[in-house]
Design a protein. Structure first.
Length: 222
């Protein structure tokens, strides 16, 4: 289930937000203070964050700035202020959208749906993998894949070390395509390896397992 973190010091507002988001099949968690909010984003790895600007101890602008140092998680800023300068500051430090209190809860759900449809971003210590742009960043090196190459890569990336047979790759990475063959799978793997090597990533990030298939192996990096 898609996880949403609500960082809001007014519990009543958080409760109302959660009711609508839960009805829309999202899983909600809460933080009621700026203190510890950044660490909570790190530990829970939400798919989207609602972030109030006016928080006790650490304000939302600073939290957003710190989160953007390690994560591209979508952030919707929430504020009681209506001045344009507050919205601009939020967007400048990396917020994706904003809501001004009082706001419509059905509209909040629609904005949530719209942002999450842009494509999920996966992060680990070395990789950022963006479903929307088919772009992969490994230690500041950007690798752009085609949609078919990306589908294969993402399947393996999400479960490192797990071996997928060619048939499993065809079923799971390309469920809507009937013209993908074993040879096409092998061709996509070769092209992905070539694109990584072109960015000086010498490790073999997609490893062939004789008689079994392929698996993702994280490179050591520099």
């Amino acid at each position: 289930m898609t996880k949403i973190l609500i960082i809001e010091d007014e519990e009543e507002i958080s409760t109302h937000m959660s009711k609508f988001l839960t009805a829309a099949k999202y899983e909600c968690s809460f933080c009621y203070s700026g203190k510890g909010a950044v660490e909570l984003v790190k530990s829970t790895e939400p798919d989207l964050v609602f972030l109030d600007i006016m928080l006790p101890e650490i304000d939302g602008i600073e939290i957003c700035r710190q989160v953007r140092m390690f994560s591209d998680v979508p952030i919707i800023m929430v504020t009681a202020k209506t001045e344009e300068i507050d919205r601009i500051h939020g967007l400048e430090v990396g917020a994706d959208d904003y809501l001004c209190k009082p706001f419509s809860l059905p509209e909040m759900v629609l904005r949530t749906n719209a942002i999450l449809k842009r494509g999920k971003v996966y992060n680990d210590e070395k990789f950022t993998v963006n479903e929307q742009t088919y772009e992969i960043t490994f230690e500041r090196k950007k690798i752009s894949l085609t949609s078919l190459e990306f589908s294969l890569f993402l399947l393996l990336f999400k479960t490192p070390e797990r071996i997928y047979s060619r048939n499993q790759i065809m079923d799971l990475a390309y469920p809507d395509l009937r013209d993908i063959s074993d040879r096409a799978i092998d061709s996509h793997v070769k092209k992905i390896r070539k694109k990584f090597k072109a960015q000086q990533v010498e490790d073999n990030i997609i490893e062939s397992v004789y008689g079994a298939g392929y698996r993702f192996v994280s490179p050591q990096g520099s």
